[in-house]
Ligand binder design. Structure first.
Ligand code: NAD
Ligand code: MG
Length: 394
């Protein structure tokens, strides 16, 4: 019987958090929840604390933490409630923790992910924004801390599964010609430009294949999600931008592919359910039951492929541009996108304004080399200011 693994779940109340808890509950002799964290939803975190009895519960919001503390005390729970970013770092780096599921959405996930990397944890990385903002710094922290980094994003998890066991140096040195990153194309794949101008929030929140949090669902509709994933792949697999090709595959059955120099293309297939990559990373290198059903190829019938349309979906083009610019450009892209998506969710801008706002911020910013984390935090704040400036004039 393997040793009981203590798991911290950052973003436990989100969709990735829920899928992680679902897989963990299927293996009570292998995994225990050490800490569960959320932003400000104390009611949702309270339910999880009662069910999973973590040692620590962390909320970012102070008032929410106080409410949770009182509620847990009233029922005699032994879970200790903490609050704030330093508490997130604490539960990500604690010596008793074996693995950290990094599933906070957005830039807020960066600092605890870096803490887990420096502490040499097994990191299950769902928070792609960490690699988009701070790819170089984060990969260095993983190396220096001796951490094990396992991608949760379904595409990157698929690529990881079909890559050779050890890849040092460039992809070509391992016999890899390119990474074929699949994309569903989102709900508006067949929309004309004029139809895109009129897209509503409700339509954009309705993803054809995956159930996800609101931010990544909107990112999937604009194709910014794929753009962020291109940058994520660049860092995870030490790939050049020219070695990453996006392939639109509407069925979301192939989760990505790797092409080798001999002409072989290896793919990972499965039902679109995040419990597969989560179980893979929790058990790695062993395979665990995840609760995901068998892939019914007869029911699926056919698999389609097409090239992405970057004229209709400029976010993908902007992400490639940020990647080529290098330095802090991807952090600027990420910050501008977070503000744009928030504004679209608040219904203050149109769907097609999202790339317009991002392009404005990218053009206005000065691209610099990333020296350290503080410089990135300043970049993030300045890009958010420029984005708000665009909003105030829109
Ligand atoms: P979600 O919106 O469902 O959940 C987000 C979680 O983060 C919640 O627990 C929330 O409380 C917490 N959170 C939000 N803002 C925070 C803040 N400022 N500080 C601390 N905690 C905060 O999101 P999700 O769909 O679970 O996605 C989480 C991450 O995983 C994202 O980076 C997303 O891109 C990535 N991801 C998700 C999926 C998916 O299928 N949902 C797939 C691939 C990658
Ligand atoms: Mg993905």
């Amino acid at each position: 019987m393997p040793k009981l693994q203590q798991i911290t779940i950052l973003g436990a109340t989100g969709t990735i958090g829920a899928s992680t808890l679902n897989v963990i509950s299927q293996h009570p002799n292998r995994f225990a929840t050490y800490a569960l964290t959320a932003n400000n939803n104390d009611a949702a975190l309270y339910k999880l604390c009662i069910e999973y009895k973590p040692v620590y519960a962390v909320l970012l919001d102070e008032a929410a933490a106080e409410r949770l503390r009182l509620q847990l005390k009233a029922v005699g729970s032994s879970t200790e409630v903490m609050c704030g970013m330093s508490a997130l770092e604490y539960v990500s780096s604690h010596p008793e923790v074996d693995a950290v599921m990094a599933a906070i959405v957005g830039a807020a996930g960066l600092i605890p992910a870096i803490a887990a990397a420096k502490a040499g944890k097994r990191i299950l990385l769902a928070n792609k924004e960490t690699l988009v903002m701070a790819g170089n710094l984060f990969m260095q922290a993983v190396k220096q801390g001796g951490a094990t980094l396992l991608p949760i994003d379904s595409e990157h998890n698929a690529i990881f599964q079909v890559m050779p066991a050890r890849v040092d140096g460039s992809l070509i040195d391992s016999g890899i010609k390119k990474i074929l990153l699949t994309a569903s194309g989102g709900p508006f794949r067949k929309f004309s430009q004029s139809e895109l101008e009129e897209v509503s929030l409700e339509q954009a929140l309705n993803h054809p294949n995956w159930v996800m949090g609101p931010k990544i669902t909107i990112d999937s509709a604009t194709l910014m999600n794929k753009g962020l994933e291109v940058i994520e792949a660049r860092w995870l697999f030490n790939a050049k931008p020219s070695e990453i090709e996006v392939v639109v595959h509407p069925q979301s059955v192939i989760h990505s592919m790797v092409e080798y120099v001999d002409g072989s293309v290896l793919a990972q297939l499965g039902n679109p359910d995040m419990r597969t990559p989560i179980a893979y990373a929790l058990g790695y290198p062993e395979r665990l039951q995840s609760g995901v059903g068998s892939l019914d190829l007869f029911k699926i019938g056919q698999l389609d492929f097409e090239a992405p349309d970057t004229n209709k979906f400029p976010c993908l083009r902007l992400a490639y541009e940020a990647l080529k610019l290098g330095g802090n450009a991807a952090a600027i892209l990420n910050a501008a996108n977070e503000i744009a998506v928030e504004a679209f969710i608040q219904k203050t801008i149109k769907f097609t304004d999202i790339p317009r706002l991002i392009e404005f911020v990218l053009n206005k910013s000065i691209i610099k080399e990333v020296s350290d984390l503080n410089m990135l935090i300043d970049t993030d704040a300045a890009a958010r200011d420029s984005a708000r400036e665009w909003l105030s004039r829109a």
